[in-house]
Design a protein around this ligand. Sequence first.
Ligand code: UT7
Length: 328
Amino acid sequence: MKRIGIVGTGSYLPEKVLTNYDLEKIVDTSDEWIYTRTGIKERRVAAPDQAASDLAKIASERALEAAGMKPEEIELIIMATITPDTHCPAGANWLEAKLGAVNAVSMDITAACTGFIFALSVAEQYLKNGTFRNALVVASEVMTRTVDWTDRTSCILWGDGAGAVVLKEVDGDSGILSIHIHTDGANGDSLLLPGGGSKTTPISHESVDRKLHFLRMIEANHSFKVAVKRFSEACEEAVAHNGITLDDVKVIIPHQANLRIIQGMAKKLGVPMEKVFVNIERYGNMSSATVPVALDEAVRRGIVRKGDLVLLTAFGGGLTWGSALIRW
Ligand code: UT7
């Protein structure tokens, strides 16, 4: 059986920083409330002329450089996003053109905050069955364009960013050991962006007035509990499938939605927080981009080294959740 591995990582965060103190000037909130409830201190905001494919382009170029590859060598591009430049063409099509990946076929995957793990699993299958020899998997989100800046319960959470990896067949013990993905469509309305799809077209003055084009979280503290449960299940599933324990894992890289969710997961799993990679303080929730951005930081900072077992896990809208176990 072919083993597919990550041979390069990259990420990009827009320059503009929006701190909790900046948010204090926009809505009735405080740095103290945001930090203690979420672990977030600041987040990045894309420039007005930057769309998801622009963030993805820089992250992808960095991943390709790390992999020692040129854009024209890429055969498959999968972009995870819920904030594509346009619904048609796909965000990945724009990215393909901007990168000059003239020999690639490109497509988007929509699985909200779990998007990167879903995209990784699709790309892995294409590479295993030999349809393509390599793939660029990128997650890119401009979440701040979906935010209602008058809603203090949600506008404090989100940020913009992109992370990318290059996949290829690898030798030896390294590579992706397993990926598990799950969905629960029956409970999807707790994390919802109601407008802009076929349900509300044509987009009307009324749909804008009713704020249907903003991301909503209904019963966010219920989502909080479900997230802790699903993160933990996904991690346990990954180690059980591979006949190992969490003691064998060097670092767990979870989706960064809320520091307290991550701490709840660590407690439920019985793992020390030192084993869990956290960067939510600087970037907030970048939906699908949080996991590959964190992975890239962990790799570049030498936290993840050759031979280490890395466990990625995410939960988000859909509902969607999953995990990927990788030997570096
Ligand atoms: O990425 C996908 C997965 N993400 C999620 O599933 C999100 C999960 N949920 C969460 O992260 C948390 O539920 C939140 C951070 C969204 C909210 O934290 P919480 O501890 O659940 O707070 P809460 O909603 O129970 O609100 C507590 C209080 C309320 O006031 P009252 O009703 O107790 O008087 C809110 O009105 O805090 C108030 N509040 C705020 N106060 C200051 C809500 N937002 C703010 C704010 N600043 N920004």
